[in-house]
Design a protein around this ligand. Structure first.
Ligand code: FES
Length: 119
């Protein structure tokens, strides 16, 4: 069993204001605890918000790459900049690419009074 990442923030940690994330759009978040890093990102689309651990099921790379962008040009899917895997926004399932049928690990986020916090 994988050891729990101590850098992963507990529930209730403030990430940003909701209006800091475009719709459609996404935003990266990084947390450090000692030598451990937790990387997550949040996607906003059509008023809905979903969070994922920023680790591609193909090679474990962060999805956004240097651009920090997570969505395709059409804003209809999540794109991994590593080798082009595509994931559904709603459930993180890979629909094409080298990790087809695997999925992104969900990272619970909620909106409380216009502020995005970890769930
Ligand atoms: S690391 Fe994401 S597709 Fe290869």
């Amino acid at each position: 069993m994988e050891r729990l990442n101590p850098a992963r923030p507990a529930a209730g940690v403030t990430l940003c204001r909701l209006d800091e994330i475009a719709d459609p759009g996404s935003k990266d978040f990084r947390f450090r605890e000692g030598d451990r890093l937790f990387a997550g990102f949040v996607v906003r689309k059509d008023g809905a918000l979903v969070g994922y651990v920023d680790s591609c099921p193909h090679n474990g790379w962060p999805l956004g790459g240097p651009s920090g962008r997570h969505l395709t040009r059409e804003n209809d899917l999540i794109l991994c900049s590593g080798h082009g895997a595509l994931f559904r926004i709603g459930d993180g399932v890979c629909t094409s690419g080298p990790c087809a049928d695997k999925r992104l690990e969900a990272w619970a986020v909620v909106v409380v009074d216009g502020v995005v916090v970890t769930g």
